[in-house]
Design a protein around this ligand. Structure first.
Ligand SMILES: Cc1cc2nc3c(=O)[nH]c(=O)nc-3n(C[C@H](O)[C@H](O)[C@H](O)COP(=O)(O)OP(=O)(O)OC[C@H]3O[C@@H](n4cnc5c(N)ncnc54)[C@H](O)[C@@H]3O)c2cc1C
Ligand code: FES
Length: 300
């Protein structure tokens, strides 16, 4: 819903007006990497509304621990044989209260899910979209890659990029999750790296990014038209933002701040964001993000 009419300082463009609450049947819940699972659940109404980079809040139905849902990015949207979106996939790292219990959920059980939430990645003219992911931060990028390669439309127009590259790093090969899904995206340039050299480039994802930017500059004379989107642990996103500043390439980060309500009420999820006058203010990641201009984030 447009909030142009609303001039309260607390207004946000991505309140949960468009979101729906669903009790969704689990279709499957499978291990995809070390401590990492992919859960697929049926929620056609929500699947039809999801845009790349948006997230959902999820909890196990009839369980009150945790009492509130946890934010997870929409990893994939699958459709029936007629092409009607039916299911959502989330890929999660086993970490705490919810995710340690979620691994035991089997097909036929139910999840409480509300979404889609947040701004996601808004379509922008881009010659070369470079997606940089660290750890579990690859989850918002499958649908985004398909959209910019013209392989899928998620209810909106998106200008096609000439090239889309994924730079994806993890500590070791067994923690890389969903690589087969990315490799199945036709035309997507997938570059992997690991801290221990067990798969792909032996080193940091920022090194991969600089390689890709150097190749891009050599091929085109400049990085004009290249754009970075990034998701992962905060120190990694800060490092990527630094590389982008150095190479003068625009960068957006998708923040993964802890959240409680997910709908703009509790202020658990705030990040420090620079204002036009040079001062910073707190912005709620759930309704004003999770995607922000990296140059505007005040990293602590
Ligand atoms: C927009 C968004 C999208 C996300 N997408 C994904 C995703 O696709 N896959 C995925 O695995 N995770 C994702 N996360 C992170 C996920 O929501 C948290 O890791 C969540 O806390 C896991 O729930 P839990 O109950 O298992 O762990 P909890 O019991 O909530 O927490 C376990 C530990 O992690 C800490 N913690 C909680 N949240 C965070 C956080 N965001 N960053 C760092 N530490 C945290 C807690 O302080 C605690 O120590 C996303 C977060 C956001 C905001
Ligand atoms: S999680 Fe409550 S305001 Fe963002």
């Amino acid at each position: 819903m447009s909030t142009d009419h609303c001039d309260t300082p607390l207004h946000a463009d991505y309140y949960a007006d468009e979101s729906v609450f669903f009790t969704a049947d689990v279709i499957e819940n499978v291990k995809v990497a070390q401590d990492t699972w992919r859960v697929r659940f049926r929620c056609p109404e929500m699947a039809a509304k999801c845009k790349p980079g948006q997230f959902i809040m999820l909890k196990i139905n009839d369980r009150d621990d945790p009492l509130i849902g946890r934010p997870l990015a929409v990893f994939d949207i699958t459709a029936d044989q007629q092409g009607v979106p039916t299911d959502l996939d989330a890929v999660y790292l086993v970490k705490g209260n919810l995710t340690t219990r979620l691994v035991d959920v089997v097909a036929g059980q139910q999840l409480d899910v509300w979404g889609p939430l947040g701004n996601g990645f808004l379509p922008q003219p881009t010659r070369h979209l470079i997606m940089v992911a660290g750890g579990i931060g690859q989850t918002p990028f499958v649908t985004l890659a398909r959209e910019y390669l013209g392989l899928a439309a998620y209810g909106r127009e998106c200008p096609r990029a000439e090239k889309v590259t994924l730079c994806y790093g993890a500590r070791s090969a067994d923690l890389l999750a969903g690589v087969d899904t990315f490799e199945a995206v036709e035309g997507l340039d997938v570059r992997l790296c690991t801290d221990d050299g067990s798969r792909g480039h032996d080193g940091l994802v920022t090194e991969l990014l600089e390689q890709v930017l150097a190749e891009d500059k050599q091929a085109h004379g400049s990085n004009e038209g290249a754009r970075i989107v990034c998701c992962g642990p905060e120190p990694m996103m800060q490092a990527v933002a630094g590389v982008c500043q150095q190479w003068e390439v625009p960068c957006q980060v998708s923040l993964e701040t802890p959240m409680a309500c997910g709908i703009g009420i509790c202020f658990t999820c705030v990040a420090k964001v620079l204002q036009d006058d040079g001062s910073w203010d707190y912005k709620r990641t759930c309704v004003e993000g999770p995607v922000f201009d990296a140059a505007k984030i005040v990293w602590d």
